[in-house]
Design a protein around this ligand. Structure first.
Ligand code: SF4
Ligand code: SF4
Length: 291
């Protein structure tokens, strides 16, 4: 039976796709972004036990060499995730498709769909494919929030794409070098995936975090919006693809990345965001959202 590590489930979210949605955050990511605001989702816990003694309410213990988390006792103080040296969390939950479906069924009457996120959800594409097949039987829509790093044009992902209604893809920075500096990985697949999913009519949204001084935001927004604009004109889906421009915020960013001054920056001013939004609209993106 296929299983997956889940970091968090938000039963009702209205920021992860259209309508009220259940958002499921998978543990594990293949990027290591300097500005990651939930770094505890990056790696899998190795049960080293370092965090156990830090819990003020005894919600953590070691049983059979594995770290165990008592959700009922936990007061969400985040001491354990802050002390972890490998960007992980002892608070993950291990689910089978059937178990997760049971959770979804509890709220299915109140939501429009499911969005999977992370970490990097697509690393669990086989699990998600099985899950989405069942979710669709409930009449719910299926969305994937991804960093776009896996080449989704490959045959192995065809079934996964078939059962996914729409994707939301991060385009963090256009320059390949800067993308590697920021995430540890180049962005060639991201660009290809945006084109590929756009042409399939399965690209709901592209997202860019605007980091003043550190990233060339103007270049990224110009190139991404040109790409969205060209997909729109080919597919005549000009009202469909959203470009979300997200203000960089320091919340959750790892201390060492702030202390290294690399990202010890303030959020971009409203005027910067408006200017970038104008550029995106001039390049053919009709729906630009600033958050
Ligand atoms: S969460 Fe981190 S510190 Fe805690 S047991 Fe797992 S690897 Fe060790
Ligand atoms: S977040 Fe929960 S498990 Fe972690 S240290 Fe705080 S109370 Fe304990």
């Amino acid at each position: 039976m296929r299983r997956a590590k889940i970091n968090k489930i938000i039963k009702f979210s209205n920021v992860d796709g259209p309508g009220n949605r259940m958002s499921i955050f998978f543990q594990g990511c293949n990027y290591n972004c300097l500005y990651c605001h939930n770094p505890e989702t990056i790696n899998m816990c190795n049960s080293c036990g370092t965090c156990v003694g830090s819990c003020p309410v005894g919600a953590l213990s070691i049983v059979d060499s594995k770290v165990c988390w008592d959700k009922k006792l936990c007061v969400e103080c985040d001491r354990c995730t802050n002390i972890c040296l490998i960007d992980s969390s002892p608070k993950t939950m291990d689910y089978s498709v059937e178990e997760l479906l049971k959770e979804i069924k509890k709220v299915s009457g109140f939501i429009r769909g499911i969005t999977v996120s992370g970490g990097e959800a697509t690393l669990n594409y086989e699990f998600i494919t099985e899950l989405f097949k069942e979710v669709k039987k409930l009449g719910l829509t299926t969305f994937v929030d991804t960093n776009g790093s896996l080449d989704l044009r490959e045959d192995i992902y065809s079934e996964f794409i078939k059962v996914t209604d729409n994707f939301m893809v991060d385009m963090k920075v256009w320059s390949e070098k800067k993308h590697k500096d920021l995430t540890g990985v180049d962005n060639l697949s991201v660009k290809k995936n945006i084109e590929f999913l756009g042409e399939l009519g399965k690209l709901y949204e592209v997202r860019t975090v605007v980091v003043p001084e550190f990233l060339d935001n103007l270049e990224t927004v110009t190139e991404v919006s040109k790409l969205i604009g060209s997909i729109n004109s080919k597919n005549q889906l000009d009202e469909r693809i959203i470009y979300k421009l997200i203000k960089y915020r320091q919340i959750g960013v790892k201390k060492e990345n702030l202390e290294g001054k690399l990202l010890d920056l303030t959020s971009p001013a409203d005027e910067i965001m408006e200017k970038l939004s104008k550029v995106a609209k001039e390049n053919g993106v009709q729906k630009v959202i600033i958050i």
